[in-house]
Write a protein that binds this ligand. Structure first.
Ligand SMILES: Cc1ncc(COP(=O)(O)O)c(C=O)c1O
Length: 417
């Protein structure tokens, strides 16, 4: 386990000053346990790396959207990267500033665009001509000018899992440089209610090297120069998100290393730097605490069946993602097993053929690095109640999302009777 703010004291796992076992006893399992100090430190690492240069750090809400977590970012002065109207509403509820929100995504509805224009967000990351036309029309009706950043696809391989690579030309995201150039010709005439404010690129997620970023930034910087020669001035240079974290033995670049590599071509252009990190900010801030229900011995395999499942953390099933699993209390001995959940799918596993501490019924396990795309991707599959979430800071633990109940699950169905 390599997560700052999680450590063993006398064989027992702690999150900051709180015993993980005590949290599980108080709030039950499965339980997402987050370290507030980790999140604050990660945000500050970017602030430090960008000190003295005009920038906006926009936390990618989709990574972990609990309003109490968003509040930590809002208090630190962060902006937000949103992908839906309800994410914008979460930011506002958390005390975040909508004027520091950038709005990405290929399918924004008219209703969502209206909400964002009314709240005067920083800009829309625009991915198609029909979307530009729609935003222009809605802003016109509201008597406003909306800012847009065109999302250009730099056609760079981010060396990450296929499902989380987004900067190659075959992905559904963004516009080609030539489409972007065409759109920006006579822009004020074509789109009188829009201001072309920036260029955005986002090449993928869990990127551990600086090289793909540098390649993409250099390509985009050359493109900005070409646009300038044609009379288009853009203010914001948005590199998207994607910086990786440690799940196993990765050695991801730090924000300082990344910024050192990519800021020079951007500062040469005098543009404001924007980034939209999600996973980096929260991925290692959390563990999913789960209880062993049974240890099942088959002739060929041992299965450790836990009370969390793919509906709580889908990354192993969806991306073949690796998550370290450690016992909350150290045990003597180890065995090789599959750690699986109770859902009726063969894909419902957390680890296969892993060497694990010799746990038994009732023991607690921590599934590590679960803070990003963990709870936010959870569902009620198999009519399972979604987990509780608890935020730890120092010796304090605060329930930030109650465990769902059966009544929560069926409320909107029963009202249709
Ligand atoms: C446009 C955009 N920005 C930012 C992010 C956040 O990525 P990450 O969590 O890898 O930093 C994503 C992730 O899908 C994205 O699509």
């Amino acid at each position: 386990m390599k997560q700052e703010y999680f450590e063993r004291k006398d064989k027992e796992l702690f999150c900051e000053g709180v015993s993980v076992k005590a949290a599980a006893e108080k709030f039950g399992t499965p339980l997402y346990l987050y370290s507030a100090s980790h999140i604050k430190e990660r945000y500050n690492n970017f602030e430090e790396a960008l000190k003295g240069y005009p920038h906006e750090i926009c936390y990618a809400v989709k990574a972990c959207s609990n309003i109490h977590i968003l509040e930590l970012f809002a208090k630190a002065g962060s902006g937000f990267d949103i992908v839906s109207g309800c994410e914008l509403r979460r930011v506002i509820d958390a005390g975040g500033d909508p004027r520091k929100c950038v709005y990405a995504g290929v399918g924004k509805s008219a209703e969502e665009i209206k909400l964002a224009v009314e709240n005067e967000i920083l800009y829309f990351g625009v991915e198609s001509v029909p979307e530009l036309e729609r935003i222009n029309a809605i802003a016109g009706k509201l008597g406003k000018v909306a800012r847009v950043a065109l999302r250009a696809n730099p056609d760079v391989d981010a060396h990450t899992h296929d499902y989380i690579t987004t900067g190659k030309s075959e992905n559904k995201f963004g516009l080609t440089f030539s489409q972007t150039e065409e759109i920006l010709k006579n822009f004020p005439k074509k789109y009188p209610n829009l201001e072309a404010a920036g260029l955005q690129i986002h090449i993928g997620s869990q990127i551990t090297e600086t090289e793909p970023y540098r390649t993409a930034v250099l390509k985009a910087a050359e493109f900005v120069k070409k646009l300038r020669a044609q009379g288009t001035e853009l203010k914001y240079f948005d590199i998207g998100g994607g910086l990786g974290i440690v799940y196993k033995d990765e050695e991801p670049a730090t924000p300082a290393e990344l910024i050192k590599e990519i800021l020079p071509p951007i500062s040469e252009l005098g543009m404001t730097f924007v980034c939209e990190m999600g996973r980096y900010m929260v991925g290692n801030s959390s563990v999913l605490v789960t209880k062993v229900e049974y240890v099942k011995e088959n002739p060929d395999k041992t299965f450790v069946i836990v009370d969390a499942a793919m509906n709580d953390l889908i990354r192993p099933a969806l991306y073949e993602a690796y998550h370290d699993i450690v016992p909350v209390e150290e045990k003597d001995g180890t065995f090789v097993c599959d750690v699986v959940g109770p859902v009726c799918e063969s894909g419902d596993f957390f680890r296969k053929d892993c060497r694990l501490a010799k746990v038994g019924e009732g023991d607690l396990l921590a599934i590590c690095s679960a803070g990003a795309y963990g709870f936010t991707m959870s569902s009620n599959y198999n009519s399972r109640n979604r987990a509780a979430e608890v935020l730890v800071e120092g010796d304090e633990m605060t329930l930030i999302r109650k465990r769902e109940t059966y009544e929560d699950q069926v409320r909107n169905e029963k009202t249709c009777r």
